[in-house]
Design a protein around this ligand. Structure first.
Ligand SMILES: O=C(O)CCC(=O)C(=O)O
Ligand SMILES: [Fe+2]
Length: 324
């Protein structure tokens, strides 16, 4: 199952949100603890679907929850134009949903160097954004696995929508390695498997240096060779050997062929399996009128893939260490 209509759970979900502290950033640990308790009381079917996805993933590499409770547009504040959000910003419904659903899956994680280590990110267009930034709009945000170069790479990227773009044009693209694998010849698969390739890092992790180059190594395929995990970034992965370049280009084409498109609308949440997919976002046109596209983003770590070593809490902020 890939899409779950949650509209029938509205009253139940709204009931859960009333149990959460209403100023989440004042004590984020406390907020996420409360969200963890609420997560145990999710509607049974929804909870079971999330647990299934968490245990083994799915073919599409994402789960889309639709029809979650969200404010009427008039009741939302203007779309933000700066980050991080003020500490006293009241809880929004989609943030509450990310808290509860995220806690069902694992632990919310902040990344020290990224957006001041905040755990909840607003994703909104910004004029003159760097081309690798989620704040881009008129340009394609190219395929990337979130922080594929980071030792503590998040298992899930969760995006929840408070506002769509005016023309409802922006699409989040997800390409799943389970869909792409059959299109990749055996010899290319074995070439990509456990083959470290040079990889650059996002601007936040460059330590203020304009271009530190490829400071990480990323293996495009690893894990179970029959059902590999994926590390792929169209902009940052920088293979040098001709055979590596060729193999990555075969992978790249396969990922393009299987890409699925999700147009997020208010009340939607997409949970991206960040170890089995790569994602992108198509261009759209902001109007800078306070009503531009507005997503909320969190990163979740689970004990899959060695992302937790024990003793962590939801809301922890971790330091950068490049994969090698
Ligand atoms: O805006 C989107 O749909 C996705 C942006 C993105 O890749 C992200 O926020 O991680
Ligand atoms: Fe992303």
């Amino acid at each position: 199952m890939t899409v779950i209509d949650c509209s029938e759970y509205s009253a139940h979900l709204l009931g859960l949100t009333t149990r959460l502290p209403q100023i989440p950033r004042k004590d984020l640990y406390g907020f996420l603890d409360a969200a963890g308790e609420a997560a145990a009381d999710l509607p049974e079917d929804l909870g079971a679907a999330l647990d299934d996805f968490n245990a083994g993933g799915n073919h599409a590499g994402y789960l889309l929850l639709r029809g979650l409770p969200v404010e009427r547009d008039d009741d939302l504040p203007d779309t933000p134009t700066s980050t991080p959000a003020p500490v006293d910003r009241p809880l929004q419904r989609m943030e509450a949903m990310l808290g509860i659903v995220g806690r069902r899956l694992g632990l919310h994680t902040g990344y020290r160097e990224l957006r001041s280590g905040s755990v909840y990110h607003d994703v909104y267009p910004s004029p003159g954004a760097h081309h690798l930034s989620s704040e881009t709009s008129e340009t394609l945000l190219e395929f990337h696995t979130e922080m594929a170069y980071h030792v503590l790479q998040p298992n899930y990227v969760m995006l929840a929508c408070s506002r769509a773009d005016h023309e409802r044009k922006a699409a989040t693209l997800v390409s799943s390695i389970r869909r792409a694998l059959p299109l990749i010849p055996d010899e290319v698969r074995s070439h990509l498997y456990e083959r470290p390739m040079p990889c650059c890092v996002d601007v936040a992790f460059r330590g203020g240096v304009e271009d530190p180059g490829a400071i990480a190594d990323v293996r495009p395929f690893y894990g179970d060779p029959q059902d590999p995990l994926l590390g792929y970034d169209r902009e940052l992965l920088a293979p040098r050997e001709p055979a590596d370049v060729e193999a990555v280009s075969v992978l790249s084409k396969a990922l393009d062929e299987v890409s699925e498109s999700v147009r997020l609308t208010p009340g939607d949440m997409v949970i991206i399996d960040n170890f089995r997919t790569t994602h992108a976002r198509t261009p759209f046109s902001p109007r800078w009128d306070g009503k531009d596209r507005w997503l909320h983003r969190v990163y979740i770590r689970t004990d899959r893939g060695g992302q937790l070593s024990g003793g962590e809490r939801a809301g922890d902020v971790v330091d950068f260490a490049p994969r090698r």
